[in-house]
Design a protein around this ligand. Structure first.
Ligand code: NDP
Length: 821
């Protein structure tokens, strides 16, 4: 027999990894696993236990404690107690603990890998070579951030007690993504692993105790969704970090609404895998294997939608089927197995149901010739599955299947590829395959996803942030950007002290002095001229009755009457009528959002230099009418002239600050170990709604809206209902400052009514709301519909610093570009 013939007939022999280390560890615990609270093992107060099953065999691995709300409370109490000391522990000491944890994970890596494979069903090749090394890397990387926190985040402090809830698809890896940054930044943690996969978290708890981590810094409470809900609802938790389904994410968004708990959500996805006709098809096929059959497709960022350019579609599908035929499904402990077991029967059933639905809806289903063997095995196995002739709106093209199922579609042009790629409510990841780097990078900026891999897929590293756009959630894990999820700014306020040059007369006729002339430069001169002609803005110089003027809305660059034909009367602090504004309604908001959406793309694509120029121009034109704006502030708020002048000056300065940042809020290149440049690029949120605070009506506008504009967002602004006239007076300034139509839209009216419509609106990408705590809760609850990012603040609190505003105005996209011949 010739060698060539031999290679055709050779079958794989079994190459199992020994289960013994994991079985011994389970036996040491007599198959029973308690709760880890305050570095002690505790029985669950409800005396309830559940089984942990090996999905590859259906056999029980052990009993795990079901934590009750009382147990959750004990864990939170322990974490709170520990926080006092841990948050004050020097960064270097915290770094040593993280380093020790990383070392211990490496030293016990085989036990972790085997245990993870047995508990979850994923192939040992993956746990051994991907999950566990990445876990260790996460702790090493964040040991570094603990060391550098004081230096790199000097204005920030730890949050407090963090509740963390993780899924079953990457049990230990998700734990490390959550715990490492949290404790590096001086927080203490209560973590709930997924019910299906608790064991490696409990082994990790032992590591924490063994390295002498102070009691209460890390607490692990096992249990099902009830335990998770109790943690979310606990009043002494400062932040919830969640990874899992969008449905549960939505429940958590609603449950935390109005509680002041910080929240990050890493949810589902339906990520596109885009192949252009100039791609290296063999590499792309290997990419698909990694994208959708890695971890049995149970990956939030799985490339589950294959989009192939028409010219190569047949060839690609043919190559893919040939490759699928060679994939091996089987015992996850076998080192030569590609696809292991699905995590649980319920998940297997769901996959099968969705596959049936796909076929019923008319798509063509294909599985390898040996597919039927999967259902004959004991345990939960499902064959790799490919759908072609998939309609973009069909269930399998839209719904996250979370299994080894790929839906293939074709496109003709790059524009069509972008449209198809973005035709999803999710936005977690995308993979782009082309030998034309210009094309690939051009697409990378247009695809709405938190991570984009070029000619690669499923690349992860602790140095790079990961997280979603749209209904894939908000917040980032990993990288410098991920640290901000676990710190808060040490408060500082915008002080509106009158500058030394002010003072003197306080009457309405006084001209603004040159106190801030040195910061204003030439822009100050027209203001001085203008103020010479003016006595008191809004009042007639001639003694004639003033012409009645109700401020309209400002939508799409035009002044528009309120749809409802109603007006609101605006009064001064001494109850005198000072004007009227339109009472906006749902229709006005819809028009404003439509106008903002039409403008958003163009504004985001305009150069940062251009955006800066427009902001400087706005500042110039505001300065030219500075006296008028100062008088308006006085009228509305009763501020002294000096304070009103100082507010105008501060607003102008804010416009300058925002303009300055427009071309300086750079991204980064993350130092990942792969041969890659990983570009962390801040991108605008898109259509951003800002419901303004009451205090300092003009300064608040400048402090919030200007940085948002600088970052390329199109805005729908609801001015303070008490003091809206500073905003409505701005229309003419906006009109004369080259602000593109639709980039800034202003709708006056009842704050909470308009905020409700904005938070429910599916085409608003993020909402900032200043108002009552009830209003904050309502906005956060309503925003759960499309999982828009929210930022809430008091109506009369201090204004945030510009770096915080810039961060809230952007989301980081990580683009992975490989290099090497
Ligand atoms: P879930 O979102 O239900 O589970 C994630 C975590 O949340 C688990 O620890 C779970 O506990 C916990 N949990 C469940 N209900 C609540 C609640 N009301 N409050 C707080 N925590 C809760 O995902 P599933 O495991 O049920 O998987 C269902 C689907 O979700 C999958 O088919 C897949 O589509 C998607 N998914 C997405 C993931 C991702 O990474 N984006 C990861 C996992 C699933 P418990 O496990 O004990 O129920």
């Amino acid at each position: 027999m010739k060698v060539a013939e031999l290679t055709k007939t050779l079958a794989y022999g079994a190459a199992p990894e020994a289960a013994k280390p994991a079985l011994d560890w389970i036996a040491e615990h007599e198959g029973k696993f308690q709760l880890f609270i305050n570095n002690e093992w505790k029985n669950p107060s409800g005396k309830e236990w559940f089984d942990s099953i090996n999905p590859a065999t259906g056999k029980k691995l052990g009993s795990v404690a079901q934590a009750t709300p009382a147990d959750v409370n004990a864990a939170v109490k322990a974490a709170r107690k520990a926080f006092a000391g841990w948050s004050k522990t020097p960064g270097h000491i915290r770094a040593r603990y993280l380093y020790a944890i990383a070392r211990q994970i490496q030293k016990h890596s085989r036990l972790f890998a085997v245990l993870e494979t047995m508990d979850n069903g994923k192939p040992i090749r993956e746990t051994r070579d991907i999950d566990i090394p990445l876990v260790a890397r996460h702790f090493y990387h964040h040991a570094g951030w603990a060391q550098l926190m004081d230096r790199e985040l000097p204005d920030h402090q730890s949050l407090g007690v963090v509740g963390q809830i993780i899924p079953w698809n990457f049990p230990l890896l998700m734990l490390s993504w959550k715990i490492a940054p949290a404790i590096a930044m001086g927080n203490t943690v209560v973590l709930k692993p997924a019910e299906f996969t608790s064991l490696t978290a409990l082994l990790f708890a032992e590591i924490c105790a063994s390295v002498g981590l102070p009691p209460g810094v890390v607490n692990i409470i096992t249990g099902d969704g009830r335990t998770g809900a109790a943690l979310v609802e606990h009043s002494d938790v400062d932040k919830i970090a969640f990874t899992g389904s969008t449905d549960v994410g939505r429940i958590i968004r609603k449950a935390t609404a109005g509680t002041q708990k910080k929240l990050s959500l890493e949810l589902g996805g339906k990520s596109p895998f885009i192949v252009f006709d100039d791609a290296d098809l063999d590499s792309a096929v290997e990419g698909v294997v990694d994208a959708i059959w890695f971890n049995q497709g149970q990956v939030c960022c799985a490339g589950s939608r294959l989009l192939v350019q028409e010219g190569v579609a047949d060839k690609m599908i043919k190559k893919l089927r040939a490759r699928m035929e060679k994939l091996r499904v089987g015992d996850p402990l076998d080192k030569a197995v590609d696809i292991g077991a699905i995590v649980a029967p319920v998940q297997l059933k769901q996959i099968a149901a969705l596959v049936k639905q796909g076929a019923d809806e008319g798509a063509t289903m294909w599985q390898p010739s040996w597919a039927a063997e999967c259902s004959k095995r004991e345990g939960c196995f499902y064959p790799p599955t490919l759908f072609t002739n998939v309609a973009p709106a069909s269930t399998i093209a839209q719904v996250e299947i979370f299994g080894p199922v790929l839906a293939a579609m074709t496109f003709r042009t790059p524009e069509e590829a972008v449209k198809l790629a973005n035709n999803t409510r999710y936005g977690l990841a995308a993979s782009i395959w082309s030998e034309d780097i210009n094309l690939a990078l051009d697409l990378a900026t247009q695809v709405k996803a938190g991570t984009v891999w070029i000619n690669s897929t499923n690349q992860f590293d602790a140095a790079s942030g990961f997280g979603g756009y749209r209904e894939s959630g908000f917040g980032r894990e990993g990288g410098r950007e991920g640290l901000f999820e676990y710190v808060k700014r040490i408060p500082s306020t915008h002080k509106l002290e009158p500058s030394p040059g002010h003072g003197g007369r306080q009457d309405g006729g006084e001209k603004r002095t040159s106190a801030n002339a040195k910061t204003l430069g030439a822009a100050r001169l027209p203001a001085q001229k203008a103020s010479e002609k003016r006595t008191s803005a809004g009042l007639s110089l001639s003694g004639m009755p003033p012409i009645d003027r109700t401020a309209k809305m400002f939508i799409g660059g035009k002044q528009a009457r309120p749809d409802g034909g109603l007006s609101l009367t605006i009064t001064s602090p001494d109850k005198k009528i000072i004007g009227e504004v339109g009472a906006g309604n749902r229709k006005d908001i819809r028009n404003a959002v439509e106008a903002a959406r039409a403008a958003a793309n163009g504004w985001a694509k305009s150069t940062a230099h251009n955006r800066a120029q427009i902001l400087y121009y706005l500042a110039e034109n505001l300065a030219a009418r500075g006296d008028e704006f100062a008088q308006r502030i006085r009228q509305q708020t009763g501020a002294t002239l000096a304070n009103a002048n100082a507010e105008v000056e501060a607003a102008i300065e804010q416009l300058f600050t925002a303009a300055a940042w427009a071309d300086k809020y750079d991204g980064r290149i993350h130092g990942v170990p792969q041969r890659n440049v990983t570009l962390a690029m801040p991108e605008p949120m898109g259509v951003l709604a800002i419901v303004m605070p009451d205090e300092h009506p003009l300064l608040a506008l400048a402090a919030l809206a200007a940085p948002a504009l600088a970052m390329g967002n199109a805005l729908v602004i609801v001015p303070s209902p008490q003091h809206p006239l500073s905003a409505t007076d701005l229309y003419q300034v906006l009109e004369t400052s080259d602000v593109p139509h639709g980039t800034v839209n202003i709708v006056t009216g009842q704050r909470d009514e308009l905020a409700k419509t904005l938070s429910e609106h599916d085409d608003v990408d993020a909402i900032w709301y200043a108002g009552s705590t009830d209003g904050q809760a309502a906005v956060q609850k309503a925003s759960a519909a499309n999982m828009k990012r929210t930022w809430v603040m008091a109506a009369n609190g201090p204004l945030p610093d510009v770096d915080e505003v810039l961060r809230e105005a952007t989301q980081v996209k990580n683009i992975w570009v490989p290099y090497g011949a």
